[in-house]
Design a protein around this ligand. Structure first.
Ligand code: NI
Ligand code: MN
Length: 231
């Protein structure tokens, strides 16, 4: 019997997963994040999963990778972008899965965009993705930034989702009601909302998401930045 995974919310869409074999950091936007629970200088990581190139996700990934020696796992062109800055990287493509020492990562469809701003010039870098992460007998779905999509039905039919990390902030991604429908399609046992209330444009009430998701038999934990759950 494994001891399970600890899932710590670090603010916005950033989480630290502590599995038996590795610390996995998701979308490390800490510098400039008004809700960051830690800093890029302190956070530990063995692997850094980055869903897309927007600053509120790619954020501190390269700096943390260089400091810790962690490997950045990202969609192909984004991995090349990070690698060109000196980070250790592992490129993947949407739909592709790979066994790592801690477990398996598969890239999932996300309907969104992905770009970097280089000196005022906006350049598209890779297609955005989400991640299915299997470790210690558990499956976590991290949606990244995305619209509600029927692809989630497919994910839910083919994978037992023990925990879904879903954006609910509206404007750029699903809002609370669409995210609750995502919970239903995914048949998620448990969910944690992310990507809301960091900035004015994504101010929403997570209680709406919690109430609607619970109708689908899903346990929702609305975490404050820094809080942790075990699955
Ligand atoms: Ni984005
Ligand atoms: Mn975002």
């Amino acid at each position: 019997m494994s001891r399970g995974i600890s899932v710590q919310y670090l603010g916005h869409s950033c989480f630290l997963l502590t599995t038996a074999k590795a610390k996995i950091l998701l979308d490390p936007f800490l510098t400039g994040n008004p809700r960051a629970a830690t800093t890029a200088e302190k956070v530990p990581a063995d692997f850094i999963l980055v869903s897309h190139a927007h600053g509120d996700h790619y954020g501190d990934a390269v700096a943390i990778a260089k400091r810790t020696g962690a490997t950045i796992v990202a969609p192909y062109e984004l991995a090349l972008h990070a690698g060109a800055q000196g980070a250790k990287v592992h490129p993947m493509g949407c739909g592709g899965g790979k066994d790592f020492p801690f477990g398996r990562v598969q890239l999932t469809v996300a309907h969104h965009s992905s770009s970097v701003d280089e000196g005022g010039k906006v350049i598209s870098v890779a297609n955005p993705v989400g991640f299915l992460i299997r470790a210690d007998g558990k499956t976590i779905y991290f949606a990244g930034d995305t619209a509600l999509t029927m692809d989630m039905d497919l994910l839910g039919r083919r994978n037992p989702i023990d925990l879904a990390l879903l954006p609910i902030g509206d404007n750029f991604t699903m809002g609370p009601s669409d995210a609750a429908e995502a919970v239903r399609l995914l048949k998620a046992k448990r969910a944690v909302p992310m990507h809301y209330n960091t900035f004015d444009l994504i101010e929403v009430d997570p209680a709406i998401f919690k109430k609607e998701s619970e109708k689908h038999g899903c346990q929702v934990d609305v975490l404050k930045s820094g809080e942790c759950i075990e699955i």
